[in-house]
Design a protein around this ligand. Structure first.
Ligand SMILES: C[S@@+](CC[C@H](N)C(=O)[O-])C[C@H]1O[C@@H](n2cnc3c(N)ncnc32)[C@H](O)[C@@H]1O
Length: 257
C-alpha cells in the first residue's frame, strides 16, 4: 500500500515546496482557513472546552494560516508540515512583531508519535517521551494522504487521554467533488474529498471514540468548466471557470480517557 511518505516524497512535497512562497496570495486558501477557524472555535465552545490551556498540534499547517487564527484561543500550537518550503514561509511570518508567540513550527512528515522532532513532554528531559496534545487539527490535508489509516493511528498516539481531533476538509459528495482541483493540480491528490460515513468508520476502526464526521459549512470555489481549462499551471484567466459549492466536513473523534 502507498504510504504517506511515498506519496509526499514522490509528488506532493515537491509541489508544496514550489507553491509555498505564493501560498498566502490565494484568497480561497485564506477564506477556507477563516471559515474553518470559526467552525472549530464554535464547536469547541459548544463542547464546553476551556481552550486557553489547550496544547495543540496542527498537521499539514502549510504557511500557518489556520495556526495564526487559532493561536489567540489556545496555549501553544506545534505547527508541522512535511514541506520545508511551507515551514520556511511560516518561520518568516513569525518574525513579524505582531505575530503570535505561541506557534512552534516543525518541518516533519509525522509518522511516529515519538518522533524526536516533536517537543519532549518534559523540557528537562529532551530525549524523553514526546509531548501529548489536547487537540489535533489538520485543514485541507486529509485528501492528500493515501494511507489515512496509518496517519490516524499516528494522530491517536499523539493525543493525551481524552484529547480530540478536529480535522477539516472538503467532502466527497460524489463524482463532481473531483472538480475541487484543476486538472493540472491533481498531483499529490489521494482522494477527491472525505466521504463522511467511510471516514467515521475508519476513525472508529483506528480506536477513536465519540466519532462524528459531518458537513458543517459550504464554500464557493471557481472551478474549471471542463478538465484542463486553466492550463498547465492551473491559473484561471479572465472569463474562464464557473462557481461551484463545496461542502466541508469536520472529522471529530476523541482518545478514550
Ligand atoms: C493543501 S495544503 C494545506 C495547507 C494548510 N493547511 C492550508 O490550508 O493553508 C496541504 C499541506 O499538507 C502537507 N502534508 C500533507 N501530508 C502531510 C503529512 N503526512 N504530514 C505533514 N504534512 C503533510 C503538505 O506538505 C501541504 O503543505
Amino acid at each position: 500500500m502507498a504510504s504517506a511518505v511515498s506519496n509526499l516524497r514522490a509528488s506532493g512535497n515537491e509541489r508544496f515546496n514550489k507553491e509555498a512562497e505564493s501560498w498566502d496570495s490565494r484568497p480561497f486558501v485564506k477564506e477556507a482557513s477563516r471559515d474553518a477557524q470559526k467552525v472549530l472555535v464554535e464547536k469547541l465552545q459548544s463542547l464546553n472546552q476551556q481552550t486557553s490551556k489547550a496544547q495543540v498540534l496542527e498537521i499539514g499547517c502549510g504557511t500557518g494560516i489556520l495556526s495564526f487564527l487559532m493561536a489567540p484561543h489556545v496555549e501553544r500550537i506545534v505547527a508541522i508540515d512535511a514541506a520545508q518550503g511551507m515551514i520556511d514561509v511560516l518561520e518568516k511570518k513569525l518574525k513579524a512583531s505582531d505575530a503570535p508567540k505561541n506557534i512552534m513550527p516543525v518541518a516533519v512528515l509525522l509518522e511516529d508519535p515519538e518522533d524526536p522532532q516533536l517537543p519532549p513532554a518534559d523540557p528537562a528531559k529532551p530525549d524523553g517521551p514526546r509531548q501529548k496534545f489536547d487537540l489535533i487539527l489538520s485543514h485541507l490535508v486529509l485528501h492528500h494522504i493515501p494511507d489515512l489509516e496509518a496517519v490516524l493511528h499516528t494522530m491517536l498516539g499523539c493525543l493525551a487521554p481524552s484529547g480530540r481531533v478536529m480535522l477539516t476538509d472538503f467532502e466527497d459528495f460524489g463524482s463532481e467533488a473531483r472538480r475541487f482541483h484543476p486538472e493540472s493540480k491533481m498531483d499529490g491528490v489521494a482522494r477527491h474529498g472525505i466521504a463522511a460515513a467511510w471516514m467515521a468508520e475508519l476513525m472508529e476502526k483506528v480506536g477513536f471514540v465519540n466519532v462524528g464526521v459531518r458537513p458543517e459549512w459550504t464554500m464557493t470555489k471557481t472551478v474549471e468548466k471542463f478538465a484542463g481549462e486553466f492550463g498547465e499551471k492551473g491559473q484561471m484567466q479572465e472569463g474562464q471557470g464557473e462557481k461551484m459549492e463545496f461542502p466541508f466536513v469536520v472529522c471529530y473523534g476523541e482518545r478514550a480517557g
